[in-house]
Design a protein around this ligand. Sequence first.
Ligand SMILES: Cc1cc2nc3c(=O)[nH]c(=O)nc-3n(C[C@H](O)[C@H](O)[C@H](O)COP(=O)(O)OP(=O)(O)OC[C@H]3O[C@@H](n4cnc5c(N)ncnc54)[C@H](O)[C@@H]3O)c2cc1C
Length: 396
Amino acid sequence: MSTRNELQNTVFHTAILGAGASGLMCAGSFDRSKIIIEHNAKPGVKVSVSGGGNCNFSNRFVSADDYLSQNKHFCKNALAAFKPQNFLDLLTQENIRWEERAHGQLFAFGAANIVRMLVRRAQKANTQILANTQALDVRRENGLFVIDTSAGPVRAQYLVLACGGLSFPSLGAAAFGIKIAQKFGLNLIEQRPALAGLTFPKELRERFKPLAGNSLKAAVSCAKHTFTDQLLFTHEGVSGPAVLQTSLYWTAGQPVKVNFLPEEDALAFLHTQKNIAKTFTAALHGKLSAKIVKAILAGLPDDLANAPRSVLEEAARRLNGFAFVPAGTSGYTRAEVTAGGVDTREINPSTFEVRRVPGLYIIGEMLDVTGRLGGFNLHWAWSSGFAAAQALEKKF
Ligand SMILES: Cc1cc2nc3c(=O)[nH]c(=O)nc-3n(C[C@H](O)[C@H](O)[C@H](O)COP(=O)(O)OP(=O)(O)OC[C@H]3O[C@@H](n4cnc5c(N)ncnc54)[C@H](O)[C@@H]3O)c2cc1C
């Protein structure tokens, strides 16, 4: 670790702001004198809790279609240059075990192994990691980048912003990187919490509150996108994989529809049950719990045997397409990622250098590229970090 004096007298080839997924991958992928500035006490904090502690580090089926961005083709070069197999090769070199789960999701056995590997690689590639140090500002001076930090100024020829998104401030997320991008005049795409839960509007909150903690398979739709997976009721709304995926496409004011019987035509089913079961609750037994039926069909008589056509139709409509306009998302405190960010039209898609600020690079979640659930966001961090490293290696 450098002393304050040593730091001030050194000009690094590259300074990287943020020792997260993309910053560590970038640092470990080219061999020049580097410093990473990280305000957390340890590097890779978000990676270490990712995937429920087992790090869903990539996905076998990564493609550009798995990413949301205003500039759809931007991610293609980086994804082509660093594939899931490239990350698996790194794990093999380090004897780190992994497994493939449903839908091509690749998981480690313990996210700590991944963080240790990333740190080791970075250190082997001539990188000093300055933890517990906050980057406070960035300026240009005599052709160099000067980063004012809580440990004093740091000088470098090249600068990589790898500061991540705004999600999970408790894990170190901050708006600093975006503030610097703004300072350099870069266009931004509005940021919003994504891969987040959705909250019920006031009038539905009390009705669904007793269901908190219950989950079931459902098809959740918004803006022509439908996701069939687990839905979890929370104290304030809905969450779980089907909802998190939907939140990527949800914007304020848009309705969301939940199909609680995704494999069933509810109206046809209720007709077949009319002479068999006395109540809706009994008819749906085995498909939906009584508690869930009560909340969905609230206000309708439970009497299926004598239900007029209009009641049957209303019940079926709610079961196959319960529509509501969410009050909002569960917010940055619980969103897995931040959608939006630096407009990728500002960035060279092969090198990740900012077009109008030579020497400045931006990678990872700071950019307006947001992956679906299933390992795609970490894969983006690796791919973008690797691409910037390839470019920086050629710089003297
Ligand atoms: C709980 C959770 C679980 C997740 N699980 C998965 C998963 O299993 N699979 C998946 O693909 N994605 C997952 N993600 C998303 C994924 O972790 C991120 O998309 C990814 O880490 C982004 O990488 P990054 O390098 O851009 O940012 P980060 O990894 O967030 O790194 C940014 C770093 O910059 C540092 N920093 C910020 N500002 C400053 C400053 N001023 N000074 C110094 N340091 C600063 C931060 O402390 C942080 O360490 C998860 C996210 C969360 C919140």
